[in-house]
Design a protein around this ligand. Structure first.
Ligand code: ADP
Ligand code: MG
Length: 252
């Protein structure tokens, strides 16, 4: 296999999304290659969450195309039929700012329910998978706890384990540490760094610039469209756009 045979995990072409008259996303094109880590930054309201949500079919774009692992998810603003859609969505893991764990399920059940219900795994196999993922995020000992008994950092690590339980090909993180107390941010970033080092393909919306510098292969700056795109050192030290400079001054 030569380098040119390697296909993107995620291909976005000319994506456009409106909410009513409001044009939130325009002309977004992006390839994310296997094992790449792309960090997305941009002002509040610039469409970062909407972009991630389109990649996971939580929003339907009106224009453009999205391909995941060489399969069409959206073509010219039309989504796949439901059955195929659900299979493809499993390839895309998502972690939100607000954890969204099931409060009435234990930590173990939060992680094992997806593989059992959606991937048809046996209770034994899904529990084993869940325990190994909890071990990976450093929470095996808390398997029988309930979400309310965990800190925010622990909840977010469970949410990462839960997303990984679907064995996704790409992981989307939408400001995963911004709801956390500062002293809990590090433990979540550590888990994300380890995932990146294992070769997980990731798109991460975050304003943690240390993480971006250390882990990102590319940084995208959004403002309704991609206004800047490059290696972290280039985007941070030598932004091309005045808008990027102004934004960076606010967050650095
Ligand atoms: P970001 O994540 O960069 O802060 P969002 O993608 O959440 O931005 O939102 C982009 C814009 O789209 C914002 O102005 C927001 O108010 C608007 N928006 C987001 N979701 C909806 C929705 N479901 N209906 C209407 N407007 C929305
Ligand atoms: Mg957002």
């Amino acid at each position: 296999m030569t380098t040119s045979d390697i296909r993107p995990i995620l291909e976005i072409r000319d994506l456009g999304k409106d909410f009513g008259d409001f044009n939130v996303l325009r002309d977004i094109s992006l390839d994310v290659m296997p094992s790449q880590v792309v960090v997305v930054i941009g002002p509040s309201g610039s469409g970062k969450s909407t972009l991630l949500r389109c990649c996971n079919c939580l929003e339907v774009p009106q224009r453009g195309s999205i391909r995941i692992c060489d399969k069409d998810l959206v073509v010219d603003g039309k989504m796949l039929p439901d059955r195929e859609l659900n299979a493809l969505r499993m390839q895309v893991g998502m972690v939100f700012q607000g954890f969204n764990l099931f409060p009435h399920l234990s930590v173990l059940e939060n992680v094992s329910i997806g593989p059992r219900k959606l991937r048809g795994m046996s209770a034994k196999a899904s529990d084993e998978l869940a325990l190994s993922l909890l071990d990976k995020v450093g929470l095996k000992e808390r398997a029988s706890a309930y979400p309310a008994q965990l800190s925010g950092g622990q909840k977010q690590r469970v949410a990462i384990a839960r997303a990984l339980a679907m064995e996704p090909r790409v992981m989307l993180f939408d400001e995963p540490t911004s709801a956390l107390d500062p002293e809990l941010v590090g433990e979540v970033l550590q888990v994300m760094k380890a995932l990146a080092a294992e070769g997980m393909t990731m798109i991460v919306v975050t304003h943690e610039m240390g993480f971006a510098r250390e882990v990102a292969d590319e940084v995208l700056v959004m403002d309704g469209t991609i206004i800047e795109h490059g290696k972290p050192e280039d985007v941070f030290s030598n932004p091309k756009q005045e808008r990027t400079r102004t934004f960076l001054k606010c967050i650095l």
